[in-house]
Write a protein that binds this ligand. Structure first.
Ligand code: XMP
Length: 333
């Protein structure tokens, strides 16, 4: 991350016209910075990396090489959507890496949440670095750094004699050090969304709810197994579908399903049916430091329960987490 302060007179980007002017300026700057060199980007499908990708496609087209790593912990259809939008609609130079087995093999039997996070984070760098090493002529690394990241770094550096700029590019190994391209580093999140829409990205992508880096890995509690992860992905897709259909997606900041590693006894088709519970979490917050519980109408909850228990193999109960933060964190791990 290159630490640059936002000029005090910089106008807040709130309209399409302002976004268009910003985009035009950045297109010129990026072209001047990279010339005819190649730029690499880890494209997760999150808001920031997606907006950077769309901006750089506009500026330098196929000189941008996007790498999408599917760690096997994405939500249903998420990686497919990234490929559809960027490769098929925006004609991006996109490398899709299905690294599901690499991640799930490493995670097998690991139940400690911090250990799981560390494995996922490190393996992500390994997979990305493997791809980067296989490419010729890449000189730059694009990152979706935004202004709150810079403010955080400045805050951390406070008290020290000088603000230290970060040369450890994206946490990549020593043999892979690139110059950085950070076209949205002076923007706040709301501005990033306005710019994303002006670039023609789908509303759902630009306004999507936050999704943690370790993905479903921290919602499939304890040691991850493929069958429970599959059940989680399907139940989560039903929850998101029903929130979309019932106008809750705009009202609730973050909503998802968690599946613990316990089974209870149930009954299905007149036989004993042991299954996992699907736990629904739906919270509102402004800064993720505290969170409140959104009231979801019972009729919708009944319907979601009926769908999840009927459609998802292995789930025989649906529970609702009513715990605010504090005392519970938003994620369960
Ligand atoms: P907690 O669970 O700490 O979550 O109340 C606050 C917000 O942070 C997200 N979160 C993460 N995001 N990597 C991420 O990129 C992580 O390891 C991680 N853990 C939590 C969480 O989804 C919520 O929005």
């Amino acid at each position: 991350m290159q630490i640059t302060k936002r000029p005090e007179n910089m106008e807040r980007i709130t309209t399409k016209a302002l976004a268009d002017a910003f985009i035009e300026e950045q297109v010129k700057e990026v072209r001047a910075q990279v010339g005819d060199k190649k730029v690499l980007l880890a494209l997760s499908g999150g808001v920031d990396s997606s907006v950077v990708a769309a901006l750089l496609i506009k500026a330098i087209g196929k000189q941008l090489v996007c790498v999408h790593v599917n760690h096997g912990l994405m939500r249903k259809n998420e990686s497919e959507n990234v490929v559809e939008i960027f490769r098929n609609q925006l004609d991006a130079n996109l490398i899709y890496v299905d690294a599901t087995d690499r991640f799930l093999n490493l995670l097998a039997g690991v139940s400690d949440p911090e250990r799981k996070r560390k494995i996922i984070g490190e393996e992500f760098i390994n997979v990305f670095a493997d791809e980067a090493r296989g490419l010729d002529g890449v000189s730059y690394l694009a990152q979706g750094t935004i202004y709150p990241d810079i403010l955080e770094s400045i805050k951390q550096a406070e008290g020290k004699k000088a603000v230290k700029s970060h040369h450890n590019v994206g946490g990549l190994p020593e043999d892979l050090q690139f110059e950085l391209v950070e076209p949205i580093k002076l923007l706040f999140k709301d501005e990033v969304r306005v710019v994303g829409e002006a670039l023609g990205l789908p509303h759902a992508m630009v306004y999507r709810q936050p999704f943690p880096g370790p993905g479903l890995g921290v919602r499939c509690l304890g040691a991850i197994t493929r069958d429970r992860l599959h059940a989680l992905r399907e139940a989560d897709a039903i929850l998101r579908d029903e929130f979309d259909k019932n106008g809750l997606a705009e009202k609730v900041w973050q909503y998802f399903v968690v599946i613990p590693d316990i089974k209870s006894v149930g009954v299905k088709e007149e036989s004993r049916y042991e299954g996992w519970p699907a736990i629904i979490r739906a919270v509102n917050t402004t800064d993720a430091m505290t969170a409140t519980i959104e009231e979801i109408p019972y009729a919708i909850l009944h319907h979601i329960t009926a769908r999840i228990t009927a459609e998802v193999e292995g789930i025989n109960r649906v529970l609702m987490d009513l715990t605010p933060k504090p005392v519970g964190t938003i994620e369960w791990e």
